[in-house]
Design a binder for this molecule. Structure first.
Ligand SMILES: NC(=O)C1=CN([C@@H]2O[C@H](COP(=O)(O)OP(=O)(O)OC[C@H]3O[C@@H](n4cnc5c(N)ncnc54)[C@H](OP(=O)(O)O)[C@@H]3O)[C@@H](O)[C@H]2O)C=CC1
Ligand SMILES: O=C1O[C@H](COP(=O)(O)O)[C@@H](O)[C@H](O)[C@H]1O
Length: 579
C-alpha cells in the first residue's frame, strides 16, 4: 500500500491527506479527472508521484476540488480533496478592464463577468476595476455596467441581489493608457483591495490596437502582481498583416512572457466550436471518416444580416478577410482538420493546429471572390450601402464579403476543398460548418434518389449560431409502399436536448484566462502561420485594387461565390433547398 501526503504550497487550498492503496509503482501512468462544477479536466501524469496538486488547485480556484485518480486499467480509484483554507492566506484575482468605457466592455466583458459571478465561477475573493480616460466615479461605472447586466440564467434565484453584490465589487480608475503614474495609482488601489492576499491580476485590453503596447508597458511595469500571476487578454486585431503582427508580438514580448499573453478569438469560446473536438474524437463513427477518403469538401460559413454601420472607421482598415476569415474561420478550420493531439493539454492542441496552418497551400487570387454591399430597398425600407456610412471613405474598395477555396497539402486532406464564405449585410445571420461526404460507390439506390447525385450525399452540419445544432443529412426511404428516397435529418437541436442556457463565449474565455487555461487562446506561432497564409493574398488584392462584386444589402451575396464553388465541384450547403 502506498501513501502520499501533500502540503500544498498554493495558499488558496489545503489538501487532505491523499492515501491510496492502488498507486504502487507498477502503474506507470494515471489519469486524473478533476471533477469541477464546470467541466471535467483530465491530466496524464508519468507516474502517480508526478501528480501536482499545486497545479491542480491553481487551475481551479475554487473552494474545493474533488479529484478521482484512475489507473490506466480503470481498476484503481481514489479521492483527493483540496479545500480552501478560507483564511488570510487566500489568493485573490483582480480583473482590470482597460477601455472600460467602450463598446466591447459594456456589451460583453462586464456581462460575462457578472454571469461568471452569478454561476459561482469566480474565486471567492475578486475585484473588478474599470480603467479608461473618461472621468467616472465608482458609482457611475456601476450605473453604466448595471444597464447591460441581465439575469438570463434563472430569474428566480435572487438575481437582483446578486447584481448588487457584483456591482459592489466593481470600481473605476481614470487614467491615460501611456501613463506610468496613472498605472501606479491603479496599482495602489488594487493593493488596497487585495490586502495581504496573494494577488493575481488579469488585464483585459479592450482598447483600440494602436494603444495595446502603451497599456501593456504601463500595466506590466507599474501594476503587475508582485507575488502572484499577471496575465493580459489581448483583443483582436493582432496586426493587419504578417509584418505588423510580428511587430506587435515583439513589442508585447518586451514586457510579457508568451504564457502571460492571452490572444482572444471569441469564436473559440463558442459552445459548438469547443464541441468540435468532442464530436470528432469521442465518437467512433466520425473520426474514421475524417479524411479525403470520405469527405468531399468542407465549408465554413459566416453571415450577418446587418452592415458595418457605426464601425465603418475600424472596418474599412481591415475588411472581411481580416475581420472574420484570417481569425475566426481559420481557427475553426485548424481545429476541424488537425491530427489527434497527444492530449487535451493546450500546447498539444496548439501544436497540432499550427501544423495544419503550416500545411496550407498559398491562397490564389483566382480562388477568391470579394464583394461589397450596396444600398437596397426591401418592403419600402432603404438599407444603406457600405460606402454610404460617413465613416467610410467614398469609393472604398474594402470587401464586406469574401469567399475562398483553401487546400491543406497533407496526407489526410490532399485535394479536399475547404471553402470559406463570410459576409456582412446578407439575408441571414448564421455561422456553420458543413461537411459534405463523398458519393456512395455503386449506390443501389441511385435510381430512386433523383438526378442530382450531389444532393444525395451525406452532409454533417454543425450550426454554431443561432439555434445551435448538429445534424446529419441521410438518405431515407419515404414511408409507403413505393421505394422513394428523400434526404432527412438526424437532428440534435440544442434547445430541445439541453435545458441549460449556453454560456456566452466571453464567459468561457474569461474563466479560462483566470484559470490559466490557454487551449482556446492563440499562440504566437499560430498567429504567424495564419498571417503567413493570408498576407500575400491581402497584399495582392490591395495592390491590384481589385474591384469587389457589388451585392444588394440583404441578399445572398455575390453570384461569383457560386462560380467559385462550382469550379471546385462544390455547391454551397447553406443555399440548397433542404438546408
Ligand atoms: N466592439 C466589438 O464588438 C468588438 C471589439 N473588438 C476589439 O476590442 C477592442 C475594444 O473594442 P471597442 O470597445 O469596440 O472599442 P472602442 O472604440 O469603444 O474603444 C474602447 C475605449 O478605448 C478608448 N479609446 C477609443 N479610441 C481611443 C484612442 N484613439 N486613443 C485612446 N483611447 C481610445 C475609449 O475610452 P476612453 O476615451 O474613456 O479612454 C473607448 O471607450 C478593440 O481592439 C476591438 O477591435 C473585437 C471584437 C468585437
Ligand atoms: O470579431 C467579430 O465578430 C463579430 C461577430 O461575432 P458574433 O459572436 O456576434 O458572431 C463581427 O460582427 C465583427 O465584425 C467581428 O469583428
Amino acid at each position: 500500500m502506498s501513501s502520499f501526503s501533500s502540503s500544498l504550497s498554493c495558499p488558496t487550498y489545503r489538501s487532505r491527506t491523499w492515501s491510496s492503496p492502488f498507486l504502487s509503482n507498477h502503474y506507470h501512468s494515471s489519469l486524473i479527472n478533476v471533477v469541477d462544477p464546470r467541466r471535467s479536466l483530465s491530466f496524464h501524469y508519468a507516474s502517480p508521484q508526478g501528480l501536482n496538486l499545486d497545479e491542480l488547485c491553481v487551475r481551479s480556484q475554487r473552494k474545493s476540488v474533488q479529484s478521482s485518480v484512475v489507473a490506466q486499467d480503470g481498476s484503481a480509484v481514489t479521492k483527493v480533496v483540496a479545500e480552501s483554507d478560507g483564511g488570510e492566506h487566500q489568493s485573490t484575482v483582480s480583473i482590470t478592464v482597460v477601455g472600460a468605457s467602450g463598446d466591447l466592455a459594456k456589451k460583453k466583458i462586464f456581462p460575462a463577468l457578472f454571469a461568471l459571478y452569478y454561476e459561482g465561477c469566480l474565486p471567492e475573493h475578486f475585484t473588478i476595476f474599470g480603467y479608461a480616460r473618461s472621468k467616472m466615479t465608482d458609482a457611475e461605472l456601476r450605473d453604466m455596467v448595471s444597464k447591460t447586466l441581465t439575469c438570463r440564467i434563472d430569474k428566480r434565484a435572487n438575481c437582483g441581489e446578486k447584481m448588487e453584490e457584483f456591482l459592489k465589487r466593481c470600481f473605476y480608475h481614470s487614467g491615460q493608457y501611456d501613463s506610468q503614474e496613472h498605472f501606479v495609482a491603479l496599482d495602489e488601489k488594487l493593493k488596497e483591495h487585495e490586502g495581504e492576499r496573494l494577488s493575481n491580476r488579469l488585464f483585459y485590453l479592450s482598447i483600440p490596437p494602436n494603444i495595446f503596447v502603451d497599456a501593456v508597458k504601463c500595466a506590466s511595469s507599474s501594476a503587475s502582481s508582485v507575488n502572484g500571476w499577471t496575465r493580459v487578454i489581448v483583443e483582436k486585431p493582432f496586426g493587419r498583416d504578417a509584418k505588423t503582427s510580428a511587430a506587435l508580438t515583439k513589442s508585447l514580448k518586451q514586457y510579457l512572457e508568451e504564457d502571460q499573453i492571452f490572444r482572444i478569438d471569441h469564436y473559440l469560446g463558442k459552445e459548438l466550436v469547443e464541441n468540435l473536438s468532442v464530436l470528432r474524437f469521442s465518437n467512433l463513427i466520425f473520426e474514421p471518416l475524417w479524411s479525403r477518403q470520405y469527405i468531399r469538401n468542407v465549408q465554413f460559413i459566416f453571415s450577418e444580416d446587418f452592415g458595418t454601420e457605426g464601425r465603418g472607421g475600424y472596418f474599412d482598415n481591415y475588411g472581411i478577410i481580416r475581420d472574420i476569415m484570417q481569425n475566426h474561420l481559420l481557427q475553426i478550420l485548424a481545429l476541424f482538420a488537425m491530427e489527434t493531439p497527444v492530449s487535451l493539454d493546450a500546447e498539444d492542441i496548439r501544436n497540432e493546429k499550427v501544423k495544419v496552418l503550416r500545411s496550407m497551400r498559398p491562397i490564389q487570387l483566382e480562388d477568391v471572390v470579394i464583394g461589397q454591399y450596396k444600398s437596397h430597398s426591401i418592403g419600402g425600407v432603404t438599407y444603406p450601402g457600405y460606402t454610404d456610412d460617413k465613416t467610410v471613405p467614398k469609393g472604398s474598395l474594402t470587401p464586406t464579403f469574401a469567399a475562398a477555396a483553401l487546400f491543406i497539402d497533407n496526407a489526410r486532406w490532399d485535394g479536399v476543398p475547404f471553402l470559406m464564405k463570410a459576409g456582412k449585410a446578407l439575408n441571414t445571420r448564421s455561422a456553420e460548418i458543413r461537411v459534405q461526404f463523398r458519393h456512395v460507390p455503386g449506390n443501389l439506390y441511385n435510381r430512386n434518389s433523383g438526378t442530382d447525385l450531389d444532393q444525395t450525399t451525406n452532409e454533417l452540419v454543425i450550426r454554431v449560431q443561432p439555434d445551435e445544432a448538429i445534424y446529419l443529412k441521410i438518405n431515407n426511404k419515404v414511408p409507403g409502399l413505393g421505394m422513394r428516397l428523400d434526404r432527412s435529418n438526424l437532428n440534435l437541436l440544442y434547445s430541445a436536448r439541453y435545458s441549460k442556457e449556453i454560456p456566452d463565449a466571453y464567459e468561457r474565455l474569461l474563466l479560462d484566462a483566470i484559470e490559466g487555461e490557454r487551449r482556446l487562446f492563440i499562440r504566437s506561432d499560430e498567429l504567424d502561420a495564419a498571417w503567413a497564409l493570408f498576407t500575400p493574398l491581402l497584399k495582392e488584392i490591395e495592390e491590384k485594387k481589385t474591384i469587389p462584386e457589388f451585392y444588394p444589402y440583404g441578399s445572398r451575396g455575390p453570384v461569383g461565390a457560386h462560380y467559385l464553388a462550382a469550379k471546385h465541384k462544390v455547391q454551397w450547403g447553406d443555399l440548397s433547398l433542404d438546408q
